[in-house]
Design a protein around this ligand. Structure first.
Ligand SMILES: Nc1ncnc2c1ncn2[C@@H]1O[C@H](COP(=O)(O)OP(=O)(O)O)[C@@H](O)[C@H]1O
Ligand SMILES: [Mg+2]
Ligand SMILES: [Zn+2]
Length: 273
C-alpha cells in the first residue's frame, strides 16, 4: 500500500493512438472492478482529450473540493472516485504546455488527491508513446499496464510501440485488450469481424503477453458512455457489460487480488478417516 497516495494497485490503461477506446475501457473496467467489491478510483491523465468526467456523468463545471488549500477530494460517480486533469486545466491551455508542466500536473493530481485506500487506481493515459507517457509511467509504482488496441493493422503497430515502451521501464504488461473486436448487429445480434481477426493474438504471441479481453463494437457501449452511464453501470447483465466483468476478473487474477474468490475465507475440508 502506498500510504501517501492511498492506493494499492495503479493500473495504466494505455494505447499507442487515440480513438481506440481507451477511456471507454477505463470507465467500464473501473465499474466492473467496483462491482467485484473493490474500492476503485479513476484518474484521467489524458490532458489533450479528457473524457472521464463526461463518460462518468460528472456535471459540467464540477470541480474537486480542496482541503487545506492542497488536497483534492475526488468526485464520486457510479461508486468510483474520479479526478481528471481536464477538471484542472482546459484543453486549450494543455495544448501549449510543455512536457515538464504536464508531468508536474500529473504528479500533483496523483499525489494530492485523497484516494483513501483504493484497491485499484485505474489511470486513463494520454495516447502515444513519447516522453510524456514514459515519464508518467515512472511517476508512481505502476502495478501493470493494459494495452488497448483495435484489430486494424495500424492500431496494432501502435500497440507494439506501447508494449515496447512499458517493457523499457519494467512495467508489467497485464494484457492486451482488443476493442471493437467484432461488430454486433443491432437488428439480429449476429457478430462479425469487420476489421479482421487474430491481430491481438498475433501481437500477444509476438511479445509473450496475453489477450485478456475482447470487447465488441456495440452501439450500446457508445450510447451509454455518451450519456454518462457506462454500460456496466447501466446494465451489468448486458452482453457487452459481461465482457468488462471478464476483463476485471482476469486483471485481478493477474494481480493476485481476486476479492470475490477470497470472500468465503479458506476452504476447510474434513476428512472422515
Ligand atoms: N466497444 C465499443 N463499441 C462501440 N463504441 C465504442 C467502443 N469503444 C469505444 N467506442 C466509441 O469510440 C469512440 C472513441 O472511444 P474512446 O474511449 O474515447 O477512445 P480513446 O480514449 O482511446 O481516445 C467513442 O465515441 C466511444 O464511445
Ligand atoms: Mg480517451
Ligand atoms: Zn444483422
Amino acid at each position: 500500500m502506498n500510504q501517501l497516495n492511498g492506493f494499492k494497485n495503479l493500473v495504466c490503461v494505455a494505447s499507442g493512438k487515440g480513438g481506440v477506446g481507451k477511456s471507454t475501457t477505463a470507465v467500464n473496467l473501473a465499474i466492473a472492478l467496483s462491482n467485484l467489491d473493490n474500492k476503485v478510483g479513476l484518474l484521467d491523465a489524458d490532458i489533450y482529450g479528457p473524457s472521464i468526467p463526461l463518460m462518468m456523468g460528472v456535471p459540467p463545471g464540477t470541480r474537486p473540493k480542496i482541503r487545506d488549500k492542497k488536497y483534492m477530494i475526488p468526485i464520486e460517480s457510479h461508486g468510483i472516485k474520479c479526478n481528471s486533469m481536464g477538471l484542472l486545466v482546459d484543453e486549450k491551455t494543455a495544448m501549449v504546455w510543455r512536457a515538464p508542466m504536464i508531468i508536474s500536473a500529473f504528479n500533483q493530481i496523483l499525489n494530492d488527491t485523497e484516494w483513501e485506500n483504493l484497491d485499484y487506481l485505474v489511470v486513463d493515459m494520454p495516447p502515444g508513446t513519447g516522453d510524456i507517457q514514459l515519464s508518467l509511467t515512472q511517476s508512481a509504482k505502476v502495478a501493470g499496464a493494459l494495452i488497448i488496441t483495435t484489430p486494424q493493422d495500424v492500431a496494432l503497430l501502435d500497440a507494439r510501440k506501447g508494449i515496447e515502451m512499458f517493457k523499457k521501464v519494467d512495467v508489467p504488461i497485464l494484457g492486451v485488450v482488443e476493442n471493437m473486436s467484432t461488430h454486433v448487429c443491432t437488428k439480429c445480434g449476429h457478430e462479425e469481424s469487420i476489421f479482421g481477426s487474430g491481430g491481438g493474438d498475433r501481437l500477444a504471441l509476438e511479445y509473450g503477453v496475453e489477450v485478456i479481453g475482447r470487447l465488441p463494437l456495440d452501439l450500446a457501449i457508445r450510447e451509454q458512455t455518451d450519456s454518462g452511464i457506462p454500460i456496466v453501470a447501466f446494465d451489468p447483465s448486458h452482453s457487452a457489460a459481461v465482457g468488462y466483468k471478464g476483463l476485471a476478473i482476469k486483471l485481478s487474477e493477474k494481480l493476485g487480488l481476486n476479492k470475490k474468490a477470497d470472500a468465503g475465507g479458506p476452504t476447510i475440508t474434513i476428512h472422515n478417516d
